[in-house]
Design a protein around this ligand. Structure first.
Ligand SMILES: [Mn+2]
Length: 344
């Protein structure tokens, strides 16, 4: 993959010792945290003064990652985070395409005079939000893109075992353990070179995926058994989780992560939606198989977006009204949803 021509002046702007903030989207996932930590480690090795600042808390299954305890969480530590953002020379914005997704940090990021350097793999970046843009959509994850950025700029010799672990987490989680979003064989070449750095891929997989609490597993069971509406005629399944459902299972941040993927394991379902009730709105997560673009769907109807097969959105409707609004839309998109895989 030839991305060298797309890389804005990475080495040039990093020639002097600088104050740098690396940041990512609200509700950060494995790719957001993995790529942010990896890039921050590399920049520190280059001699810069670097902080990772994220809008809100990361999920508990990432707590083991190298360097994560040094991350500044804006929601809890705004007094530390604000001057870092204001006084930074460069802010690297990773794994999101618009400052609208930067949650609690948004106002301070917009106000900061720093050079804002985007590294991201979501389509349609908000070009006005950033000074320099490395946007590649034909790639599994921002972590894979960070690897390419480092190798194409001659900095990949700085990738050591902890940095390789961080990048591996980003690629593994954004591809659902190498099951989707793999656009080309380079993803495996990059992964192989990370493994060559001495990481223990099996241990990382266990640390990420085999750490559920009993409550989280029972919430998943409840969601599928009691809260899933299957509409085979529309190739769609919708799971709804109310505030009461979450309370019943002592919801902790990250507990609903991954639930939206399960309905797609039904052969005839091509669209899965998880609707979660929040304080004053509902959050929608979309997953699809094949040609149906949940990025377009979420953008058009639910103030959101994301990737072709994985996206999110919001609605100010009640949970019940949001479900009804969604169901009303399904007949209008059934032609796009009604495809089958020749699996056998
Ligand atoms: Mn990502």
């Amino acid at each position: 993959m030839a991305i060298s021509s797309l890389i804005p002046e990475f080495n040039q702007i990093l020639q002097q010792k600088l104050s740098i903030v690396v940041t990512s989207h609200t509700n950060p996932d494995g790719d957001a945290i993995g790529s942010s930590l990896a890039l921050s480690w590399v920049l520190k090795k280059m001699g810069h003064h670097v902080h990772v600042v994220i809008p809100n808390m990361y999920p508990a299954f990432l707590a083991w990652m190298p360097g994560i305890s040094d991350i500044v969480i804006f929601e809890h530590q705004s007094k530390i985070a604000k001057p870092l953002i204001q006084e930074a020379d460069i802010i690297f914005c990773l794994d999101y395409n618009t400052l609208k997704r930067s949650g609690a940090t948004a106002d301070d990021l917009i106000a900061s005079p720093a050079v804002k350097y985007l590294v991201d793999h979501h389509p349609n970046p908000d070009v006005d939000d950033f000074s320099l843009i490395l946007s590649v959509t034909d790639i599994s994850s921002t972590a894979e893109l960070i690897y390419f950025l480092l190798s194409e700029t001659g900095n990949d010799h700085l990738i050591d075992q902890p940095i390789a672990e961080c990048l591996y987490v980003g690629i593994m989680t954004d591809t659902g353990s190498f099951s989707h979003a793999i656009k080309h064989s380079d993803t495996f070449r990059v992964t192989a070179s990370l493994i060559d750095k001495g990481i223990d891929a099996e241990r990382i997989h266990r640390l990420i995926y085999d750490t559920l609490t009993e409550n989280k597993l029972r919430l998943l069971g409840h969601a599928i058994n009691n809260r899933m509406l299957v509409m085979e005629e529309y190739r769609t399944a919708i799971i709804t989780l109310s505030k009461a459902d979450l309370k019943q299972f002592d919801y902790q941040i990250g507990d609903t992560e991954g639930i939206v993927n399960f309905p797609l394991s039904m052969a005839k379902i091509n669209l899965a939606v998880l609707i979660t009730e929040k304080k004053d709105h509902v959050r929608l997560s979309f997953r699809s198989k094949g040609d149906f673009s949940v990025n377009d769907f979420a953008r058009e109807y639910f103030e959101g977006g994301g990737h072709h097969n994985a996206a999110g959105g919001n609605s100010s409707l009640s949970m019940k009204d949001a479900v009804n609004a969604l169901i009303k839309l399904l007949p209008t998109v059934i032609n796009d949803l009604d495809y089958q895989y020749d699996l056998l």
